[in-house]
Write a protein that binds this ligand. Structure first.
Ligand code: 5GP
Ligand code: ZN
Length: 143
């Protein structure tokens, strides 16, 4: 498969790696939003947030939390963003699931997404649509 992150995981392509174990890899983004912008990936290829298996996602999330703390301390950052873009319209450009960790420093936050406004009662109808779709979650959790 033609995937730059698989190539990085397999050491076919180079990257500035900051952490590696058997299952996961973290490296600096080649086109960073800020100094220390890091990508955390599973070595196995999954397209996005919806297709990575739950157990692997849990481990990856825990690792992302740990690395966020390490990056924040190391760079004396004031804060950080953890984000995941899913689908072209959401800005995903590499279709191998990854979390971004973006360190933030005072006064550098230019990346505010635009906001929209709901019309009266519109907010309720959006909530209803989403709640209908969530209804099976408890069953999922209880196996
Ligand atoms: P996405 O747009 O899919 O959320 O994020 C993909 C990220 O991967 C981008 O921020 C982009 O700069 C980064 N990226 C793309 N190709 C490479 C590469 O070959 N090496 C590294 N280190 N980062 C890459
Ligand atoms: Zn891949």
């Amino acid at each position: 498969m033609d995937c730059i992150f698989c190539d990085i995981a397999e050491k076919i392509s180079e990257a500035e790696i900051i952490f590696e174990n058997e299952k996961f890899l973290a490296f600096l983004d080649i086109n960073p939003v800020n100094y220390g912008h890091t990508l955390v990936i599973p070595k196995k290829h999954y397209d996005n947030f919806l297709t990575i298996p739950a157990t692997e996602l849990e481990e990856l999330t825990r690792l992302t939390q740990y690395l966020s703390g390490a990056i924040k301390r190391a760079l004396k950052a004031d804060g950080f963003n953890v984000i995941s873009n899913n689908g072209i319209t959401a800005g995903q450009s590499v279709f191998h699931f990854h979390f971004h960790i973006i360190p933030r420093f005072e006064n550098d936050f230019h990346m505010r997404p635009r906001t929209i406004e709901y019309n009266t009662s519109e907010i309720e109808s959006y909530a209803e649509k989403i709640k209908e779709s969530i209804s099976k979650y408890e069953g999922l959790l209880n196996g």
